[in-house]
Design a protein around this ligand. Sequence first.
Ligand SMILES: Cc1ncc(COP(=O)(O)O)c(C=O)c1O
Length: 411
Amino acid sequence: MAFSVGYSDLDCLLSSNSTKTKTKTIKNMHNETFCIQQIPVDPLTGSISTPIYATSTFVQDAPGVNRGYDYSRTNNPTRKVLEDLMSQLEGGAQSSAFASGLAAIDAVIKLLSVGDEVIAVNDIYGGAYRLFTHVYTKLGINFKYVDTADLSTIAQAINSKTKLIWLESPTNPTLKISDIQAISNVIKDKNILLCVDNTFASPIAQKPIELGADLVIHSATKYLGGHSDLIAGIVVSNTKELGEKIHFNQNASGGILGPFESWLVIRGIETLPLRIQQHSNTAQQIAEYLSQHPLVKNVYYPGLKQHKNHEIAQKQMRLFGGIISFDLVNDQARQALQIVQSTKLFKLAESLGGAKSLLCLPSEMTHKSIPRETRYQSGITDSLIRLSVGLEHPEDLIADLASAFHFNNKK
Ligand SMILES: Cc1ncc(COP(=O)(O)O)c(C=O)c1O
């Protein structure tokens, strides 16, 4: 599946002359080509793999005269390759790569001032909830959690203090879909920023900036890295001005991504389109299997026709991704605990987006910091299980789930 990713900027990214000439002839590249060819060949040596600039500082030609870099907290050539790549992939103007997804979220919230209000999706990732509630509330920023899938709820929640709308779409872990374009229309001309956590979709499946978002954040720990071997975060801004503010916050606070992790994420992006395609194909099959299973009550997957906002997902997503959540008919935490401890291929672990399949029980793990009542309001029941569908064969993964269900049904 091909779609526009801002190819016009490609030429200026590739600084090696020979590469430039070759790449110039390739028009309308598919994602698979784009994610590989957009990574520049090293202009100094021709190295096909981006060099890891493991350096804290850069020798200056004269005081204040440098070659574009002076200190690696401020900027680093390996990190810069990743940041430029992400700007291109998300269709933004500027990106900053952080030490974690939460550091990226933190840099966005630091755009705000005392008294400002944020309207956030109500089944927000637990770590973002913790940061907002336990750090920023006491610093004078207010957060309202609403069902952002409902446009009228957002419109009602907006007031003169609202400065930021915080969306995840799909959400973690109940895969709610919000209509990004419609929300951006609601806040048009209102001086309110729209930030989308695009971790679950990845830029291969969804491009929020094209839909009107001002900022996109990623936990690059997940699909961008893709191999469960790093922690990283990205902020992409739709304008240079906003990008500079984020960069200022990053340099001021220091939560940068190191050169080695930057390189790992760059390498991950080379296979991102292939992986997201495969994750999505397998997840669709597993979601369909789960929706027929007698022990299962609800299956949350945007690719299912019965998903509440399947049509909006179809409109704004190219693929539906690799995350599925489901809960049990009897909603017993004990049975859910047994299931998550019985699978062999799906490993019990937090995180998602890697080659290896993982599963978790959000009520006891990722979302433990959210009060039970609040959890239930957003559908995170005690028995809700989240699957991160990896790259193993779909039949093996379905057999693994089937045997965990079978074993625990007999007990
Ligand atoms: C949707 C989402 N956003 C942000 C984060 C935070 O990212 P990190 O763990 O890289 O700090 C996570 C982590 O699970 C997540 O799932």
